[in-house]
Structure formats: C-alpha cells, structure tokens
Ligand binder design. Structure first.
Ligand code: AKB
Length: 337
C-alpha cells in the first residue's frame, strides 16, 4: 500500500514532536512538517521534508503537495496570546484559515477527501466565576462556549471555520449529496503533560512545570492558587486520541468537535503527588492574577461521553497510572533521580 502524505504544522512543539514520533513508529506515512524553527533532533530523522518559517506566508508552498491528512498544531497558546493578542490572532486564526482554504481547494479540485485534524482546547470554554465553575462540573461541548481569552476565542472560531469549510463551503443545495470535501475533526484538549518536553506560553503549564522542577530538585513557585482545578492528560493519551479520531469512519461521527478527558486535579493535589515522589521538592505559591483569571474561567472537568460513544475514546492514564506508569518512571530516567 502506498504511503499516506501527512502534514504536521507546529511540529517542533510538544504535541508535534510526540505525534511525529508516533506516526513514524506506526509507519505508512510520508511526514512533512512545518514550524517557525528547524526540526529538533527528536524528529529530524523521521521527517521527509521540513518547511521552516511563518505558516501564514509559507502556506502557498503547500499547494504543490498532495496531502491526505493535515494535523494543524501551530498555535500561540493562552498566556502568550494574552500578551500579544494581534499576533496570536494572526497565527491562530489567519494560519488556520489559510490551511483550511488549501485543504478545501485541494479536496474540491481533485475530488479527494483531505482529513484536517485540529487541536482545540478547554480554553474554548469560559465560566463567569468560581461558583459557576463548581456548579458546571464536567462540561459538555455545547455548554459555556464563552471564552475569556484571545486563544480561546481563536480556537472556538476556528472550530466554526472548520465546520464551514467541511460542510458549507461552495454553498451546495442543502439536500444535494456533498462531493468529496475537507473532513474537519477537532479535539478540545485539556492541559497536556509530557515527560520528555516542556510547554511554553500556555496557562495549564503550572502542572508540567511543577512536576519537572520537582524531579530536577529545583524550587518552583506555582502561579495559581492551591484549589485551582482543571483537567489534564498524559501526552501519550493525547496522541492516541488524534490517531483514533483520524481513523474513525466519517459516518460514525455526528459532530466535528469532541471533548476528551483523563483526570482533573487541583494544583495542591499535583503538589502533594510531586512531594510524595520527590520529598525534597520545594513548591510554593506565587499567584499571577492574570493567569489565575484565565484558569478560573476554564471548567474544572469536561464530559467526554460523546467521544466515548462515537469513536470508542478512553484514556489509558488516570491520575494514578499517569504518575506511576508514565510520568515518574520516565522522568526518573531523564533526570536520573
Ligand atoms: C494552554 O494552557 O494554553 C494550553 C491549553 C489548555 O490549551 N495548554
């Protein structure tokens, strides 16, 4: 069977590196990547071609390629996007729009379905206050679609753009059977934690930052309150979800956007687990009001029953398995503690 051609944008980021490694391990893909930066050693040998530079200007390069699948991961994350809002809008919205247009054009012109996988985020939600957050519990995809951040607005809007280009672009008669089209699929990811890479520019970063610091014996001042709770997930589960969703037959999917969940912990629960594993860890709190406000607006958990029912989603790592079977063994190897 011939190789499928895959584009991974934002390939040097955390999800990007892990995804490229997993696609290469599975085999059967010609992997083309793009990012602002050259590929790191972790993925360099696995990539057929890498296009370095700003995606908004580089998209035209890709009109000559015949992609079967696009993973559009490039983004400016929530904390960074709040500081440089216009730039974030350009990267997050303009970049996505350009790539969606490319995929829609190719699928229409060559009558070939192009799958477009898009990582959305719990940032697409926005609850007005702590009381509402507690009351909301685990939110469904349709609830609280009122983001408080530029990044959240960008993600929510791009989910809508994806639906538009996959379903309505060209404005066929509603009863007409649609031709082969862009096949857009999005996952609203919780905060992700990898044992191998560090996040940057996000607001859920206090989770991974705290754990990596504790493992290295470095002091860490957590920038959110002890009782702050949102959902998190091990990186291998995030990659698993993208690859499952990529392969689900379209007719099984009634939606384009899905929550996925693994475990929801408070910052203090992270701290206690870090101290149990690394008793010398020095973890204090130094609240950053802006970043606290962002996380307070995110739900404390998400309801992923739609993904479970339609594509058999189930996380491998709950909180215990995340620490005992993934993070701690890997991080001990990495930092030798
Ligand atoms: C961020 O903190 O911005 C991201 C996210 C939750 O989407 N990790």
């Amino acid at each position: 069977m011939s190789e499928k051609q895959v584009l991974v944008t934002g390939a040097c980021g955390e999800i990007g590196q892990a995804l490229v490694q997993e696609l290469a391990r599975k085999g059967g893909y010609k992997i083309v990547t793009s990012d602002l930066y050259p590929p790191p050693d972790s993925i360099k040998p696995l990539v057929a071609e890498h296009v370095a530079g700003d995606l908004v200007y580089k998209v035209k390069t890709f009109y000559d390629y015949d992609f079967d699948i696009i993973f559009h991961l490039a983004a400016s994350l929530s904390s960074k996007a709040e500081i440089a809002t216009e730039e974030a809008h350009r990267i997050n919205v303009e970049g996505t729009m350009q790539l969606l247009m490319l995929a829609a054009y190719r699928s229409e012109k060559y009558k070939k379905e192009v799958k477009f996988l898009f990582p959305s985020s719990i940032a697409a939600y926005g609850v007005p206050n702590i009381e509402a957050k507690k009351q909301a519990g685990a939110v469904k995809e349709t609830e609280w679609n009122t983001p408080h951040t530029m990044y959240g607005c960008n993600k929510l809007y791009c989910e809508k753009l994806g639906l538009y280009y996959s379903k309505y672009f060209g404005q066929k008669h509603l009863d007409e059977k649609p031709p082969a089209m862009l096949d857009f699929r999005a996952i609203r990811f919780p905060g992700l934690i990898s044992a191998f890479t560090m996040p940057s520019g996000g607001t859920s970063d206090y989770g991974p930052e705290m754990l990596h610091a504790a493992a290295q014996g470095k002091p860490y001042a957590c920038f959110v309150r002890a009782d702050t709770k949102i959902s998190f997930m091990a990186m291998p589960d995030a990659i698993k979800s993208l690859l499952i969703l990529m392969d689900v037959p379209r007719e099984k999917l009634s939606h384009t956007v899905y929550n996925i969940a693994a475990f929801a912990l408070t910052a203090e629960e992270f701290r206690q687990r870090a101290i149990n594993a690394f008793p010398d860890a020095k973890i204090t709190y130094d609240i950053n009001p802006r970043r606290q406000g962002i996380v307070d607006s995110w739900p404390q958990d998400v309801d992923d029953s739609l993904a479970r029912a339609e594509w058999g989603w189930k996380a491998d790592y709950d909180a215990d398995r995340f620490f005992d079977d993934y993070f701690l063994p890997e991080i001990r190897k990495r930092y030798g503690k």
